[in-house]
Design a protein around this ligand. Structure first.
Ligand code: ATP
Length: 236
């Protein structure tokens, strides 16, 4: 049984039909990348999994249990941590307080819990910024804090929505190394991205979305070797 199975989902925003019969499988320990142009449906897919825009048809199962219709906080407590694209940190709280709030809200008492020290080991810059207000951090630091907050909830699966977007190349590189360390720790990751270079060393498998459906799936190695696929669906 796959850790996470998205089967044949249809998702809407009000009357707009966005995802069509979309299926994705995620095995424990994998980094699965969702690629596609702007508007392809990557964000809607991770929002569907996180319970923010529940699909109207199809199933999403975590270890075989259907989670469709559960409120987002329940899905988070079951072990699916969502890092949204818009980096919601509490601007008036310090880095330490942002992490503390997350621990209280989402902490699920898993066997190898994340602590503030452990997230600071992964993101050393946050240790330096510990007493600083979240709103004063740079874009890259806010992205790291958003990921760190989600980790404080001890997720089994991390959903990341375009983490590299809008960040300077050097910061993107740092973030890529940090996510590589998370992968090495055994965390399962679903990574929605437009930046192929960012995911190419991280990802195990790739799904390419277009107009709300899966157009291609394969191993990262196969995807990288296929110029035609990249030209057709990604324009890179
Ligand atoms: P992006 O890189 O722009 O985030 P994406 O692949 O993540 O792209 P989605 O954000 O999932 O794509 O958008 C898929 C489609 O849904 C697009 O056509 C978009 O216009 C539409 N859409 C997104 N949010 C809403 C909304 N709140 N109401 C109606 N349509 C929406």
């Amino acid at each position: 049984m796959a850790l996470l199975e998205v089967s044949h989902i249809d998702t809407y925003y009000a009357d707009s039909h966005i995802l069509f019969d979309l299926s994705i499988t995620v095995e424990a320990g994998e980094v699965v990348c969702l690629l596609g142009r702007n508007g392809a449906g990557k964000t809607t897919t991770v929002r569907s999994i996180a319970g923010l825009t529940p699909p109207r048809a199809g199933a999403i199962t975590l270890r075989g249990r259907d989670i469709v219709g559960l409120p987002p906080f329940r899905i988070a407590r079951l072990g699916i941590g969502f890092v949204p694209e818009d980096r919601r940190v509490f601007p008036n709280l310090t880095v330490h307080e942002n992490l503390e709030v997350a621990r209280r809200t989402w902490g699920n008492g898993s066997a190898s819990p994340w602590s503030e020290e452990r997230v600071f080991d992964l993101f050393p810059i946050l240790r330096e910024r510990r007493r600083q207000a979240g709103g004063t951090l740079s874009g890259g630091e806010q992205q790291m804090l958003t990921i760190a907050r989600t980790l404080m909830g001890n997720p089994e699966i991390l959903l990341l929505d375009e983490p590299s977007e809008g960040l300077a190349p050097i910061v993107v590189e740092t973030l890529r190394e940090q996510l590589g360390r998370l992968k090495a720790s055994g965390l399962t990751i679903v990574l929605a991205e437009q930046n192929v270079r960012f995911v190419s060393d991280l990802g195990d498998r790739v799904y390419i979305l277009e107009k709300g459906t899966v157009r291609y799936q394969g191993s990262m190695a196969r995807f990288l070797a296929d110029d035609e696929v990249r030209r057709t669906y990604l324009a890179v």
